[in-house]
Design a protein around this ligand. Structure first.
Ligand code: 5AD
Length: 429
């Protein structure tokens, strides 16, 4: 039996919302083992990594090095060590290398490494039929919780490393999702974000809408947000979920490209017309729908005409926000060996054009809200400048002046100004 560590620990999270949930869980499990959780510098720094592009892996490497330089012992977990264990293990200062499996053991591994002074490397490879690892989050909060309902992906889009990092799709049992959601609501959370690697795969065909419906009936849950859906998973039943009173009018549908040719090369299972059809049907149910997306620029073989198709579709879809990615060849994926590499400079130009187009579209979307009233779920941190802030149901960041007692409440705000990052308004009395 190891004694109480009497050590401080802090956490850094890179990448997706699923990682946010995993970090929330890790934070609590380290606390249970006697660590004192702090912000910033600490004896032990846990870095929950992302490896979706080579740049995300590089940022994680920099964070590991920076923490080690400050004298911290570094625990690395998540997707990056899962696909590049050796690379991570060799970074000076790293005392534990864990992957995405058996997260519940990470704190024990850290204790063992601290006690013996020996680094611990424990990255379990993925296996077929792997089970969903149930974790729970207890920390009370006034606003938003992430709830992971699924992990992994078996789609193998040709550019994507994620199926290798996260493993095969596995789902949390519905009863367990409901129990966790109820607990979060009891802890004070007003909004639950259902997350996963590819939540359209939840529980098998047609299961996600009924899960959303069950969660939406939980008494006291003000909002449910669906983190991200693959376009080809958006069924009429899922669109109908937008009619439920507490389901947010926000969809994140990763487009990746607006060119049918490129979509085919990427191994995506929809074309531009189907994408627009889904968007049209969702907007019929939710006219104010916030629609966010991911787009990759510079996939091998992408011509200027393909890229123009993407820009055109982005405008037609009226995205409220675009996450633009420069194509990053990931070793082990099929596209890594594709011909027709797009020169770095062209990729950079296209990404920067996409960012500009994204800003224009965000501003245009936000402008349409001016003069109207929206419900904002007020977060418990103030923005720089002293404003209260939160998101509208359609995922627009809204700031406004107000007192602390509004934190954690839903406040009706009249929107007065719009910018690329969000809107500013006045609370209604
Ligand atoms: N290069 C660039 N972007 C990528 N993404 C996934 N793989 C790559 C890659 N190899 C982006 C996709 C995905 C988001 C999470 O990351 O746009 O939706």
């Amino acid at each position: 039996m190891l004694g109480l560590p009497d050590k401080t620990v802090s956490f850094r999270t890179f990448g997706c919302k699923q990682n946010q949930y995993d970090t929330d869980f890790l934070r609590e499990s380290f606390e249970r083992k006697g660590f004192t959780v702090v912000q910033g510098d600490a004896d032990v720094v846990v870095i929950n990594t992302c490896a979706v592009t080579s740049r995300s892996a590089q940022k994680c490497r920099q964070a590991i090095r920076a923490a080690a330089r400050k004298g911290a012992k570094v625990v690395v977990t998540g997707c990056y060590p899962q696909i590049a264990t050796r690379e991570v293990q060799e970074i000076p200062g790293v005392i534990v290398v864990g992957g995405v499996r058996e997260r519940g053991r990470l704190a024990d591994l850290a204790l063992a490494a601290l006690e013996t002074g020996e680094p611990v490397v424990e990255v379990k490879p993925h296996v077929d039929g792997e089970e969903f690892e149930e974790t729970s989050v207890e920390t009370p909060s006034l606003t938003r919780a992430y709830l992971k309902i699924q992990e992994g992906c078996g789609d193998y889009c040709t550019y994507c490393i994620v199926p290798y990092a996260r493993g095969p799709s596995r789902s949390r049992r519905p009863e367990s999702v409901i129990r966790e959601a109820e607990r979060l609501v009891q802890r004070g959370y007003k909004e639950i974000v259902l997350t996963g690697t590819h939540i359209g795969l939840y529980g098998g065909e047609g299961m996600l809408p009924s899960l959303i419906e069950r969660v939406s009936r939980i008494h006291g849950l003000i909002r449910i947000r669906i983190s991200s859906l693959e376009p080809h998973d958006v069924t009429p039943e899922l669109i109908d979920c937008l009619r439920l009173p507490n389901v947010c009018h926000h969809l994140h549908l990763p487009l990746q490209s607006g060119s049918d040719r490129v979509l085919r090369m990427m191994g995506r299972r929809y074309d531009a017309a189907l994408f627009m059809d889904i968007v049209g049907r969702a907007r019929q149910v939710a006219p104010d729908l916030g629609l966010t997306t991911d787009i990759i620029a510079g996939f091998p073989g992408e011509t200027e005409a393909d890229f123009q198709d993407t820009l055109e579709l982005a405008r037609a879809a009226g995205f409220s926000r675009i996450h633009a990615f420069k194509y990053s060849p990931r070793p082990g994926t099929r596209a890594h060996g594709f011909e027709g590499k797009v020169p770095e400079k062209v990729k950079e130009e296209r990404v920067s054009t996409l960012i500009t187009r994204g800003r224009e579209l965000s501003t245009a979307f936000h402008r349409k809200l001016v003069g109207r009233g929206f419900e904002v779920l007020v977060e418990d941190d103030r923005e720089a400048g002293g404003y209260l802030a939160g998101f509208t149901r359609n995922y627009v960041r809204c700031r406004f002046p107000g007192e602390d007692d509004l934190m954690g409440k839903v406040v009706n705000v009249t929107v007065e100004e719009a910018g690329p990052l969000g809107v500013t308004g006045t609370p209604r009395r």
